[in-house]
Design a protein around this ligand. Sequence first.
Ligand SMILES: NC(=O)c1ccc[n+]([C@@H]2O[C@H](COP(=O)([O-])OP(=O)(O)OC[C@H]3O[C@@H](n4cnc5c(N)ncnc54)[C@H](O)[C@@H]3O)[C@@H](O)[C@H]2O)c1
Ligand SMILES: C[C@@H](O)[C@H](N)C(=O)O
Ligand SMILES: [Zn+2]
Ligand SMILES: [Zn+2]
Length: 350
Amino acid sequence: MAEKMQAIMKTKPAYGAELVEVDVPKPGPGEVLIKVLATSICGTDLHIYEWNEWAQSRIKPPQIMGHEVAGEVVEVGPGVEDLQVGDYISVETHIVCGKCYACRHNRYHVCQNTKIFGVDMDGVFAHYAIVPAKNAWKNPKDMPPEYAALQEPLGNAVDTVLAGPIAGRSTLITGAGPLGLLGIAVAKASGAYPVIVSEPSEFRRKLAKKVGADYVVNPFEEDPVKFVMDVTDGAGVEVFLEFSGAPKALEQGLKAVTPGGRVSLLGLFPREVTIDFNNLIIFKALEVHGITGRHLWETWYTVSSLIQSGKLNLDPIITHKYKGFEEFEEAFELMRAGKTGKVVFFPHKG
Ligand SMILES: NC(=O)c1ccc[n+]([C@@H]2O[C@H](COP(=O)([O-])OP(=O)(O)OC[C@H]3O[C@@H](n4cnc5c(N)ncnc54)[C@H](O)[C@@H]3O)[C@@H](O)[C@H]2O)c1
Ligand SMILES: C[C@@H](O)[C@H](N)C(=O)O
Ligand SMILES: [Zn+2]
Ligand SMILES: [Zn+2]
């Protein structure tokens, strides 16, 4: 096996990243080394690349970026019993303590001591990567690596869409970024109808249609609340799924959802949000869910099965594929400009 590898590394506490050559790491106790077959860019990677306030407070350069991955185990560290060389895995990024109050109630997704793979330690934008064995998820051999790498963000989308009944329910999705697009795919595969998507970017509205949205609306040009009321004969939607992190979208969605309906919130707002709780939530008797991470490990079973069912329309979401990492700066800039769905790297060119 090679002794040296390429990696996209956050080398300095400043904008950007560098493609560097480093030693292929050795797995320690409880770890495995994987050959990275496919790895995709997450919005969190963009924040690290941009070196925003959150990244400055959390990331300690030098560090290899990336956390959405499919890879093959090529070396097993001491004490690892459940994985073997040749296993085909993806990674749950939330490394939980197993000991806190939340973990002891099987609420691992809200473990208060969570460390994030690729955020709090080296990640997977590299030819090879170290993975904590307890966070590995074994994939069926025939799952395409680009789908397998998407399972982690798909888990966010699955927990949002499937937080309540969805089959046959009218649904509003606000935001058709990579996460919202995955949400549309999950909602359609699960039988939601009609799926209405509010998204200001024309490029992303077109992607939303390709993924299967029944209606799209530009909230900067048309009132999405009126649009929803027109489509639903004045009833409002049964389900409102927030994937944008835009305060205005939250308010519009709460107005567009029918009294007694369901609201699941994944988008993270840039600041505190003011909402008319009395009229938009309490008197409407809404069921409101905050969504974070993935349920361990139930969500992974659901995601894997949905992919294997063949019903998830993922291909239109993967808009950019790169062999190798040489063009990583172009990839990051395109994604920053909102000109992509998911961007996937295949590090090994052969
Ligand atoms: N809770 C969690 O565990 C978790 C996990 C991953 C991501 N997130 C959050 O989910 C959100 C979506 O992630 P992403 O990577 O797709 O982000 P993104 O920024 O790429 O997508 C957001 C989309 O919302 C659109 N938008 C902006 N204003 C809007 C408005 N007023 N109405 C409708 N749409 C609007 C944007 O054009 C964009 O396409 C982000 O806020 C992200 O931080 C949360
Ligand atoms: C790591 C972060 O970007 C990831 N999407 C999560 O679920 O938390
Ligand atoms: Zn992520
Ligand atoms: Zn815990």
